[in-house]
Design a protein around this ligand. Structure first.
Ligand code: NAD
Length: 380
């Protein structure tokens, strides 16, 4: 028998509707430690859900729920594109990372993760760091991205930056018919953990780069690198980076950079960088395609870090991570090709490829049971 709707509980149905695309949503409430968190598992067709844990002082439970649902769904696509044996999930802790963190809070969070019996693996995201999860690790093994001494793979920005460089090679292959990094001109926004390494890699290859960052120290550091590298670096004020004439815009700072305003300023042939959620809406991806600007879907080009944390479950191995990260080159070439032959934007083509993977694997998984210890459970 289905649920009978009653107009007095309409709001509950709005909530249920929101969550209907997700397999499981867990609300965690522990008054003893003050933990209030939500864990969302979107889809486990490819394996247990994997996704970071954000900590933010959300204004309402609804805001936190919207965030975790959206981010968990995004992880399903990211895992499918990276071909890691994980599904999509995410967690959010409601609280101020500057004032509300305690070891007990993260131990409590670890207990909730453990209670999911291996259906959810998590680690750092905005507002949380590796040290926080050392406490969660006392309660559960299902934590990734911890310091190397605890079995983690190390700084994830290293493979992320490598993946971006492979993605830039694939983009050059389509733009210029060769995958050399040296011939193109790049406009890099953000010289943080990832952007700096990307800029450094390009300078070492002899490329010409324009750079911007709101941190003078970061700009100075890359200028210093450029002095002894074959490439050339030039500084651009941060509001001029969008209109800089270059071959490729490389966003490595924050999301929403492709929006109604910036799209009209762009004078590049392609966009390929590490920032998450670069398109303000998917429609902006369609608009880029109409304007003949090649867009590297962010969740594919920036998946090096995900590949590393997923690899930890087999015992961290940097060489294996590098081999898999290199695949970003072929994955992106395939996306560009499918978009071209399908007359679609690259973001539509990428999403379609991921949905096909989920559909095929979902059907195939019906042929056998997972009664035995699954392959990914190596740490336990
Ligand atoms: P980060 O915080 O180390 O670096 C961000 C940099 O952007 C900082 O140097 C900051 O000063 C600069 N910045 C901020 N606002 C700016 C502005 N208006 N103009 C120019 N520069 C500005 O972060 P990160 O780890 O290098 O990540 C960069 C992006 O890549 C983020 O969107 C992140 O979500 C995404 N990403 C990172 C990883 C990873 O492994 N670190 C993995 C996947 C995606």
């Amino acid at each position: 028998m289905g649920i009978v709707k009653d107009s007095s509980i309409t709001e509950d149905f709005v909530l249920l509707d929101k969550m209907s695309g997700h397999e499981q949503v867990v609300f965690c409430n522990d008054p003893a430690t003050g933990l209030q968190a939500i864990i969302a598992i979107h889809n486990t067709t490819l394996g247990p859900a994997l996704g970071g844990c954000r900590m933010r002082p959300y204004n309402s439970l609804e805001e936190a729920l919207d965030d975790v649902l959206r981010l968990a769904e995004g992880m399903t696509y990211k895992c499918a594109a990276a071909d890691v044996d994980f599904g999509g999930g995410k967690a959010v802790i409601i609280g101020d990372p500057k004032t509300d963190k305690t070891p007990e809070l993260f131990r409590s969070f670890g207990q909730y993760v453990e209670s999911l019996g291996g259906r959810f693996y998590t680690g750092t995201d905005m507002g949380t760091n590796m040290e926080d999860f050392v406490y969660a690790l006392k309660e559960t093994n299902n934590i990734v991205g911890v310091p190397e001494v605890y079995g983690g793979g190390g700084d994830s920005s290293v493979p992320t930056a490598k993946g971006v460089l492979y993605g830039l090679q694939a983009t050059n292959q389509v733009l210029f018919g060769n995958n050399s990094l040296s011939g193109a001109v790049y406009a890099i926004q953000g010289l943080g953990k990832v952007g700096f390494k990307v800029a450094e890699g390009l300078l070492e290859e002899g490329a010409e780069i324009y750079v911007t960052d709101i941190s003078d120290d970061h700009v100075r550091a890359i200028m210093k690198k450029a002095e002894s590298a074959p490439g050339i670096a030039r500084y651009v004020p941060s509001d001029e980076i969008y209109s800089r004439e270059a071959d490729i815009f490389v966003p490595c700072a924050f999301g929403g950079v492709i929006n109604d305003q910036t799209i009209n300023e762009l004078k590049v042939k392609a966009i390929a960088g590490s920032a998450n959620n670069q398109l303000q809406t998917e429609q902006h991806g369609v608009e880029l395609a109409k304007r003949g600007i090649l867009y590297a879907p962010d969740y594919i080009i920036n998946s090096g870090g995900l590949i590393q944390v997923a690899d930890e479950l087999y015992g961290a191995n940097k060489e294996r991570v590098l081999i898999k990260t290199k695949e970003i080159y072929n994955t992106l070439l395939n996306v560009y090709h499918q978009a071209k032959i399908g007359g679609q934007s690259t973001i539509e083509a990428a999403n379609h490829i991921c949905e096909k993977v989920l559909e095929t694997r979902g059907r195939r998984n019906n042929f056998y049971t997972r009664a035995v210890k699954p392959k990914w459970d190596i740490r336990n």
